[in-house]
Write a protein that binds this ligand. Structure first.
Ligand code: PMP
Length: 360
């Protein structure tokens, strides 16, 4: 078996330790004679696994007691609709910040349910920065303010938490949740698809403040009502049991690494090295404003796009996988989530430098 370095944007690399543990437990979970996948979600064993995962996530993120943690399905994309369905609460409109592909999708979906005010957009600079606080044209009567903390495709990350005053702040943290400590109490709602920093695809985590739950739009299917899920401890129906279990193993792994504080230090070091390698060469380039450069997704272009194919072929042959950039921006993208080791970044930098020399 050779595990290669995986720079995929998602589904993304998982910690090897976690995969080995899942493998060891796969056929016979804790001497019960069956796998976790084959167990009722209502069994005492499974309910224990689910509750432990929630507690570990609460510990890791410092989630206050007046927030519900929900383990749902439908991806972050379902949240693009569930957020307005649950949080508009009779208000005329909601505020959205537009920093790229994922914000745009959230905006488009919200427009099906109410009026959306785009309070700032960086489209004019091709989404290569995030707006500053003073650029936000906030409406004090908005139902909520939505933003994407990290644009996975553009590699643009907010370097501050917007101040929305009394308006609940809603964040799509799909690609940077658990990458660094955050103050959850600043948010009304946080959501994230699991397949980057949490676990396998098929699970979505929602963290929502109690007072925002229970005022869903009339006619909303019960599966899209946060209250239904909150009241049932995310077991209104059969939850994605394997994904939830695996997320729990990832949370325990994160705790063993020293928690999100330790991950943040490592993530910053990994990103700093890679950006330094890009900036230190005339051959590679990253267009994002320095203070908004993502520590999770690092897009970069080569001096000549005609070389992209060869770069990817050679990288692949060396065991550096999934470096192709998103089709909308081209070039390369290295996603360096929590589970991507520093050695992967070192190997990538070494490869990039050799590739550049080969072109000279
Ligand atoms: N938001 C962000 C920031 C993302 O990166 C993604 C997926 N790449 C999504 C939303 C959509 O997630 P899903 O595919 O889980 O619906």
């Amino acid at each position: 078996m050779t595990r290669k370095f995986n720079f995929s944007a998602g589904p993304a690399a998982l910690p090897e330790e976690v995969l080995l543990q899942a493998q060891a437990e796969l056929l016979d979970w804790h001497d019960k004679g069956l796998s976790i996948m084959e167990m009722s979600h209502r069994s005492a064993e499974y309910v224990g696994v689910a509750a432990q995962a929630e507690q570990d996530l609460r510990d890791l993120m410092g989630i206050p007691g007046n927030y519900k943690v929900l383990f749902l399905q439908g991806g972050a994309t379902a949240q693009f609709g569930m957020v307005p369905m649950n949080l508009l609460r009779g208000a005329e409109s909601a505020d959205y910040i537009n920093t790229g592909v994922w914000s745009k999708k959230a905006i488009k979906e919200a427009q099906r349910y109410g009026k959306v005010n785009v309070v700032a957009s960086t489209e004019a600079n091709s989404f290569t920065s995030a707006p500053t606080q003073s650029e936000l044209q906030l409406d004090p009567n908005a139902a909520y303010l939505h933003y994407t903390t990290n644009e996975t495709i553009g590699g643009v990350e907010f370097d501050y938490i917007p101040d929305s005053s009394d308006v609940p702040l809603v964040a799509d943290m799909s690609s940077d949740i658990l990458s660094a400590p955050i103050d959850v109490s600043r948010f009304g709602l946080i959501y994230a698809g699991a397949q980057k920093n949490i676990g396998p695809a098929g699970l979505t985590v929602v963290i929502v403040r109690d007072d925002l739950v229970g005022q869903v739009l009339p006619g909303t299917p019960s599966m899209y009502d946060y209250k239904v899920h909150a009241d049932a401890d995310s077991m209104n129906n059969t939850p994605p049991t394997f994904g939830w279990y695996l997320a729990g193993l990832v949370f325990q792994w994160l705790k063993r690494q020293g928690g999100v504080e330790a991950m943040a230090e490592l993530n910053r070091r990994k990103a700093a090295k890679l950006y330094a390698a890009i900036d230190g060469s005339d051959f590679y380039a990253n267009p994002v404003a320095i203070n908004n450069r993502s520590i999770m997704n690092v897009p970069f272009t080569l001096a000549d796009a005609a070389l992209d194919k060869r770069f990817l072929e050679l990288a692949d042959a060396e065991g550096l996988l999934n470096l192709k950039g998103h089709r909308s921006v081209g070039g390369m993208r290295a996603s360096i989530y929590n589970a991507v080791p520093e050695a992967a970044v070192d190997a990538l930098i070494d490869f990039m430098q050799r590739f550049e020399k080969e072109q000279a």
